[in-house]
Write a protein that binds this ligand. Structure first.
Ligand code: DOR
Ligand code: ZN
Length: 378
């Protein structure tokens, strides 16, 4: 019954494309349009991805490698990836887990701590394999205990990043125990991010996984050097999906799903064609037992159906023609990397998602487990 309701919920917003070709509705023609139910786009990149480590890599990496050319790899391992040396070794383990013949490129990040030295930034840039540094406010989310306790301790390092053009990716939530979990992103914008952008006028920043209308506006009104990623779950679901009619641990992520008006603002931003919003799945695998628990982990595993979910969201908005910019162009442009040259094709044909998938010696429940996604990768 819950499955049925979830299915109806997510399909509640009509796909209003009717029989009008979608480029006539949005005013822009996609790169290649075969028919309304097939779309070919430049191969996308995932600008925010958790792959974990060890034996689960073989079960996680292939899903992203099948869809994306590159991905920004989050450093919140245990222990966190705080040095260029550790990132290089982790990169090798990811490369080794790729399917034969895959050209998938992991773009590595460093985990910012109170003690990250400016010299580590020099090493990172010189390595050529590190593309960003990740700021987790200490205690904000999974494996963030070694994160930054006070941004005042990081200014020299942030200035080194600004000088060398290394992007700062931010988990944008305040962490005070007395701040309501639904207000943590909003408060971060004015209390931390605004002053940070002012203090470092050349620092390039990606505000990760936007979840509120306020964050959408903050980015839109922000400087050119401020970009943002948006996840598929925040485009497709609101907090009712998580909490109404039963608590669904597999819809729990951080920042937490917000109100319907926030989801609508995110969908409008993602489908607007604005170049500073781009794709970042935040696919965050956790073993089934760690999710279905009295104290379940935050994170939604979307890698096996990620670009398909975005296609659903863009179709809902009647904006499939804008998917390519969001998924394949804007992020590469922001990171100063070349756009990909090959393509993928999505067909509007439902694909069943298994109820469980292997995860090392354990099992994992992906989003839409036992249900389906509207699009299939050709
Ligand atoms: O839901 C989340 N899961 N949010 C994060 O910020 C971290 C991630 C994880 O690593 O599981
Ligand atoms: Zn994340």
């Amino acid at each position: 019954m819950y499955e049925d309701r979830a299915r109806n919920d997510r399909r509640a917003a009509p796909d209003n494309q009717g029989t009008i070709p979608f480029w006539q509705m949005t005013g822009t023609r996609p790169a290649t349009l075969h028919r309304m139910d097939t779309i070919t786009l430049t191969r996308p990149d995932d600008w925010h991805l958790h792959l974990r480590d060890g034996e689960v890599l073989q079960h996680v990496v292939p899903w992203s490698a099948e869809r994306f050319a590159r991905a920004i790899i989050m450093p919140n391992l245990v222990p966190p990836v705080t040095t260029t040396e550790a990132a290089a070794a982790y990169r090798e383990r990811i490369l080794a887990a790729r399917p034969a013949g895959s050209g998938f490129q992991p773009l590595m990040t460093l985990y910012l701590t109170d003690n990250t030295a400016p010299t580590e930034i020099e090493r990172a840039v010189a390595s050529g394999i590190i593309h960003a540094v990740k700021l987790y406010p200490a205690g904000a989310t999974t494996n963030s205990d070694s994160g930054v306790t006070d941004i005042e301790r990081c200014h020299d390092t942030l200035e080194a990043m600004a000088e060398q053009g290394l992007n700062l990716c931010i988990h944008g939530e305040v962490t005070h125990a007395d701040t309501d979990i639904f207000d943590r992103e909003k408060r971060f914008l004015n209390e931390i991010l605004g002053p940070l952008l002012e203090r470092h006028p050349r620092l390039r920043v990606v505000l990760e996984h936007l979840t509120t209308a306020e964050a959408v506006d903050f980015v839109r009104n922000g400087p050119e050097r401020l970009g943002a990623t948006i996840t598929p779950q925040h485009l497709l679901m609101n907090r009712n999906h998580l909490l109404a009619g039963g608590i669904r641990p597999h819809y729990y992520c951080l920042p937490i799903l917000k109100r319907e008006r926030d989801r609508e603002a995110l969908l409008e931003a993602a489908t607007s064609g604005h170049p500073r919003y781009f794709l970042g799945t935040d696919s965050a695998p956790h073993a089934r037992g760690d999710k279905e628990s009295a104290c379940g982990c935050a994170g939604i595993f979307t890698a096996p159906l990620a670009i398909e979910l975005y296609a659903e969201a863009f179709a809902e908005a009647g904006a499939l023609a804008r998917l390519e910019g969001f998924a394949s162009h804007h992020g590469a442009d922001f990171y100063g990397l070349p756009r990909n040259t090959d393509t993928i094709t999505l067909v509007r044909k439902p694909r069943e998602i298994p109820a469980l998938m292997p995860y090392g010696g354990q099992e994992i429940v992906p989003l839409r487990a036992g249900d389906s996604v509207d699009w299939t990768l050709a």
